[in-house]
Design a protein around this ligand. Sequence first.
Ligand code: MN
Ligand code: MN
Length: 462
Amino acid sequence: MKDAKELKEALFYTKKSVYEAADGDEIDRAFAFAKGYAAYLDEAKTEREAVKAAVRLAEQNGFRPYTMGQTLAAGDKYYFNNRGKNLYLFTVGTENIENGIRISAAHIDSPRLDLKQCPVYEDGGMAFFKTHYYGGIRKYQWVTVPLALHGVIVKADGSTAEVCIGEDENDPVFYINDLLPHLGHDTDQKPLGEAIPGEKLNVLVGNRPYEGDESDAVKLNVLALLNEKYGVTEADFLTAEISAVPALKARDIGFDRALIGAYGHDDRVCAYPALLSMFEDPAPTHTLMCVLADKEEIGSEGSTGMKCDVFLDLVNEIAVALGGDPAVVRAHSKCLSADVSAAFDPNFADAFEKRNTPLLAGGVVLTKYTGARGKSGTNDANAEYIGWLRGVMDKENVVWQAGELGKVDQGGGGTVAKFMAGHNVETVDLGVPVISMHAPYEVIAKVDLYEAFRAFCAFCRA
Ligand code: MN
Ligand code: MN
């Protein structure tokens, strides 16, 4: 008979944290890598800003703008900026394009409060902006948080004013009122999801009246200030896209500084390492592509979301320019749908199934399926592909864990994976575990971010 302890070691699967599995140098590299990420977070709170920041980094690394129809050769590095909200980067590999493209696809939109098209009003001596929330939020979390306004206003003459107020130390910030506990008796009886209805998420933007006017003087003063700064009128909001996002910078969390708190980890914590993995190898064997998609939080819709045909068009263009058949290229391509997963939270242990939930600092998460209620709406990746990826990550000692989004029938979610897989591209979800996902301030572990970066690099090389 074999020794039970030895047999256990040989047969049992034991999950190791990054701190157990990696050496001190790698932990140091992870903490250093996190600094660049925190800077990216503060620069890129909306998809437009995330594209701008990514383009700047791409250009610094030799990427140039791509125009559909142009010729391509091995070693070429291009980016395609889709309407300023969705970015495709690709590096042409040395091998036959029909061997497929290695694609990492993350999203750069995050839950937030978008201004309505007629947002401005005055009530009780205060001026407010009406909002319609974007993506899945727990509405009670967004009151009494300092907010910044980001976006664009397209004016009657067709020119565009870019808005970013609340990020500079000297800027004012904005705010959503909540009821004081002294008068909270009625709201305290309500379920959490009903205490703050969507129409109560009105952003406080002013209190000082314009001199000499009797009615709507506070609103008038706000519009006068906006007119002075941006040259806009109330009607210009009809053609604006402005979002209220938390006016909070990324900060280290904890005495040991092991975690980062920030707005919008979902999904910049995957977008950033996926993007940086494109800069590692100037002459890759496979053609590499990184997608930074918009609109994931509302179903990947629209001309900047992952459902848009621009992805197919680009793959077609690249295939044809390199003498390949687009269908063959897609059939042999591999994709990492780079998105976050929910980390086990002991404070809400009931929502998770401990054996299959990723742990903070447990490494990058490989998620076979997302979806809800019997895997509805998921890609459910093929075991053969996951097996291949397991080999790729194990070869480079990437610390990874399997994940599932919470307990069966507790809820669920989706990613861009199913849209990629629908194009006949092998796809699986891979990303970073997050605490308090979709909250105004989310938490991730620096070591998980770094293992994600190492996973994308290993995938590009494999
Ligand atoms: Mn996401
Ligand atoms: Mn999300």
